[in-house]
Every structure is written in structure tokens, then in C-alpha cells.
Write a protein that binds this ligand. Sequence first.
Ligand SMILES: [Zn+2]
Length: 282
Amino acid sequence: MKTRIVFSEKCLGYGTWHIEGPQRVKAAHDVLQAKGYKFEEPTPANDEEILAVHDADYLFNVKKGLVEDSDTPAYQNIYEFARLSVGGALLASKINGFSIMRPPGHHVGRNGAALGVYTRGFCYLNNIAIAVKESGKRTVILDIDGHHGNGTQEIFQGDEKVAYISLHQSHNYPGTGNFTEENCINFAIPRDIGGKMYIETLDKALSMVNLANFETVAVSAGFDTHLGDLATLGLVEKDYFEIGRRVSLLKKPAFFILEGGYVGEKVGLDIDSFLKGYEENL
Ligand SMILES: [Zn+2]
């Protein structure tokens, strides 16, 4: 258990009625605590860090509670929650840790909803994108959430310092990522494909990147690919061990940012399995 978990109880303070609610992260936290992981507290990101990715008028509107869509409410003080979650990503990047902070981030682009999608999919600020920009490092972003990270693709498409790889369920929200574009390698996968074919697809995707061009790996770690979750690919706990092992085989420093995954206890167990696989060869 070398990887530290980044978490602040403050992220549990909003949205109790929503599927992207505090219960999912609380339960995951409790599983990881019981397993003996060490925790680190983040501090909030500042405007300068956020503005490296987002437009000033979008940030202004988030601060004022002026942006809202059908699945991304303008909660009171959401800006404070969102910038603390970004702070979690920044800390995870610095210590090669795993941030389990919420809200998630990969659906939100520079100016809100990304690539023509009409909602921000529970996201306010793009945590992983801000952490990657702030590091200044040439980065492979591996997005294993079951939904395409349309925001992250919008931010980095054409950016030669970044390779973005996403494996996600086809015919699901947000509907983007159906083919590979420039530096954005996308695999839209049929529902409940199962672990064996998932890992084969992951190996194929990773082989498409020239690793010599990159210094570090950032993982958008969503667990809604778990069997029965919102974007199920039929994966079970042991499959995340194999995914973690694939990340370690890239032989680069890595950090991890929670995206989706809506059954908290399973998220905790899947994170533990993922990190055990990742750490096997460290
Ligand atoms: Zn998702």
C-alpha cells in the first residue's frame, strides 16, 4: 500500500439526493480506511491554476451559481467544493496518489459542456486536466471511466504534450468518442463485454501510444464499468487488478483521479484491487 489516498470530508457536504452523492465516496473511503491506506488532505486550487484550463467567464458563472443543467445542479457553494476537488487532483499529481474527491471532472470542457453535449454530467471543473496542465509534463491520460471523457478530449485534442486514451461503453452518455481523432484514442465498447475482451482492448489502445514521448501517466479512474453500474462493461473486482497492472507496465510515474462509480462499497473494493495490481511490480 504505497499509494496514498487523497481525501477531505468536506467533499461529502453537498448533493445527498443525487446519484453522484456523498454516500458513494464515503463508502469507498471507509473500505480503503479499513484496509489500512494512508490519507492526505488537499487544499483548494486557486483561480490561476483553474484558468489554465477553463475560460474566465465560465469560472465566473460557476462561482456565481449561474450554470446549471439537467444532471449538474448549481448547488450552493459548488465552486468551493469543485476547487477543493481540483486541489485533490493537484495533490495526487504531486505525491503520485489517488484522489477520491468529488465532484468528478472529465465531462466538463473549457467553457462548460463539451463537444456539443448539452449537460456537464455531474462535473464542474476538469480536475485531471488542471492537474496535467499544472504539472507541465508530457502525459498519457488513460480514462477508464465507462463514459467518454468529452471534456478532457476537448481540452487536449491537438495538444502534442498529451495523449488521451478512453475506453467507454458505446451508445451511452455523452455519445462522443466513437472514433480516434488526432491524439485522442477512443474505443467505444459494447455493454458488458467482460474482463477478458476489455483487457485485450486496453492492450491494443496502449500499444497505439509511443511511450518514449511521455513522462507520466494520469488515470481518470472511474468504476462505473463495474457489472451493473451506470456504464457497465461487465467488469468485476479482479479485472481492476489487471487494469492496474497494465498501468504499472507502462513504467512511468502515475497518479489517479476518481471519476464515476456509483455503488460506493464496490468503488472502494475496486480501487483496492486496482492499486494492488498497480503496485505489484513497483
Ligand atoms: Zn462515468
